[in-house]
Ligand binder design. Structure first.
Ligand SMILES: Cc1ncc(COP(=O)(O)O)c(C=O)c1O
Length: 485
């Protein structure tokens, strides 16, 4: 039987042969004690010099894969622990069952991602076709041409100093956030995860908006906490409801998206922000402020984050480059006080040592040379035009109700025909190549009878695609209303 093959790579032939022997042992094709073909046979089969075969065997003997027996030849080593393990597995035809520790994420990774649909209305995704990859490549290339070997090694857990400096300056100039340590994380999701692990215990409660961002909810659940939904109206969360729930429970953390409430896009007014902050001070509860798309505000200057006026240092500020660049960049921002920053860095060390230094260095250069700022201006103009277009399109049909948001990347749209179940509509739309999210997906605590809203991104697609996708959706609403009830 001819089971050895050369691997057809660039390594020396004897190493290729040795690797092939190892692979056959690992797979269980050869068991301990099995005799290997003679040097002559292998030399004839593989058209290799005998010397090369002997060298391969010498290598295998040195690593104890093979033993040499006088007058018998070469045999697979008797003490290889891999010993037929795969064969045994096959015979029982079983998969190892792992015991999982607490996992209460509730998220599924089975369905195809939004980007695989022809019409991607997924709220909050940037238009990746508009990213200046060529320009960014120059900064990547410069980073690789003159690599800073120290930065490409371990250390600098909080992010490369160049990027932390750029981000610090950016936060100060654009959001009035000062006096904080900036940590660059692998997306803001990693920052959320670490904060939840550091601050929450099993059985703690986290106050969240009644409609919220599912990955954040998953993080809190995963840390063992229970969610307490705070009522919200057309202005955002209601502080009196928050106070009542603080008094009646064991809330240890408040999670908010004050600038563009996720998913409703409403901006929490100053008076409510102050009321929430005062509650946080009174009951000593930290607030996570997730400022995920601060840049995209169109009607006026966005309100400064709560973190910009936080004398008690209770606000844990999060932001991300996922919207400005692309989610795969995995660059998130955490701005917190020194003590928390140290604890986060220590925890992060356990998870992943550090972030992607190459990406961070290239991004720092891009920011320093103002490419980032130019891109931001371009995209703000683009998204503003797309928002206008989306509004006009929706207004054409007498099917929807919505408030025009001051910013963000999506619209929160109510179907006038409230007998239509938007979960069913979203499911049916998928068969037509449309990815769209519905109210039920955002309910932090399920509310059975409410399912009237859709979240429609206007940012991720050009105007013509939005119109086409919407007309397919409208057709479904008009023709399938009965099935969708
Ligand atoms: C509310 C909210 N927070 C954070 C993020 C970004 O997360 P990340 O930085 O992990 O990509 C998003 C992205 O959709 C979001 O909607």
């Amino acid at each position: 039987m001819k089971i050895f093959n050369l691997l057809d790579n660039e390594s020396a032939k004897y190493l290729q042969l040795a690797e092939s022997v190892k692979t056959n042992i690992r797979k269980g094709n050869l068991l301990p004690g099995d005799t290997l073909p003679s040097v002559k046979t292998l030399s004839d089969d593989l058209h290799l010099n005998r010397h090369t075969i002997m060298k391969a065997f010498a290598e295998l003997i040195a690593e104890a894969w093979v033993e040499s027996k006088q007058r018998v030849g070469y045999k697979v080593g008797a003490n290889i622990p891999i010993e037929g393990s795969l064969k045994q597995l096959k015979s029982h035809d079983k998969q190892t069952k792992f015991k999982f520790r607490l996992i209460r994420s509730g998220t599924s990774i089975d369905s195809p991602p939004a980007t695989q649909y022809e019409y991607n209305f997924s709220g909050g995704q940037p238009d990746l076709f508009k990213f200046p990859f060529k320009e960014f490549k120059q900064h990547m290339s410069a980073t690789l041409t003159r690599p800073n070997l120290e930065q490409l090694s371990y250390g600098e857990i909080m992010g490369v100093p160049e990027l932390r400096l750029q981000v610090k300056t950016y936060l100060r100039q654009s959001r009035a956030i000062t006096n904080r340590e900036v940590i660059i994380t692998n997306g803001s999701q990693e920052a959320l995860f670490i904060i939840a692990q550091l601050l929450l215990q099993e059985g703690d409660q986290v106050a969240v908006e009644a409609l919220g961002y599912p990955p954040a909810m998953a993080v809190f659940n995963n840390a063992g906490a229970d969610l307490v939904a705070i009522k919200q109206d057309q202005l955002g969360i209601i502080p009196t409801d928050l106070e009542q729930k603080i008094q009646n429970g064991s809330i240890r953390l408040i999670y908010l998206t004050p600038l563009h409430q996720y998913p409703t896009t409403v901006t929490l007014p100053i008076a409510r922000r102050m009321a929430v902050y005062q509650l946080a001070v009174k009951y000593r509860i930290p607030i996570i402020e997730d400022d995920y798309d601060h840049e995209f505000h169109y009607r006026c200057q966005p309100l400064a984050p709560m973190a910009s006026n936080d004398p008690q240092q209770l606000v844990i500020y999060l932001s991300t480059f996922s919207k400005i660049m692309f989610p795969g960049a995995r660059v998130g921002i955490l701005a917190v006080n020194k003590t928390l920053a140290k604890a986060v860095a220590e925890y992060r060390m356990i998870i992943s040592h550090k972030g992607n230094a190459l990406m961070q260095l290239a991004l720092a250069k891009w920011m320093k040379e103002k490419g980032f700022e130019r891109h931001l201006k371009r995209m703000t103009r683009t998204y503003m035009a797309r928002r206008e277009h989306a509004i006009k399109c929706l207004e054409q049909y007498n099917l929807f109700e919505f408030t025009c948001p001051d910013g963000g990347m999506a619209l929160w749209v109510k179907l006038k025909n409230t007998s239509i179940n938007t979960s069913k509509l979203a499911a049916m739309a998928r068969h037509k190549g449309i990815y769209i999210q519905h109210e039920k997906q955002y309910q932090t605590v399920p509310q059975c009878n409410r399912n009237h809203y859709l979240r429609m991104s206007f940012a991720s697609m050009p105007e013509s695609k939005f119109s086409d996708g919407l007309s397919i959706l409208v057709n479904l609403i008009n023709t399938k209303a009965e099935v969708l009830a």
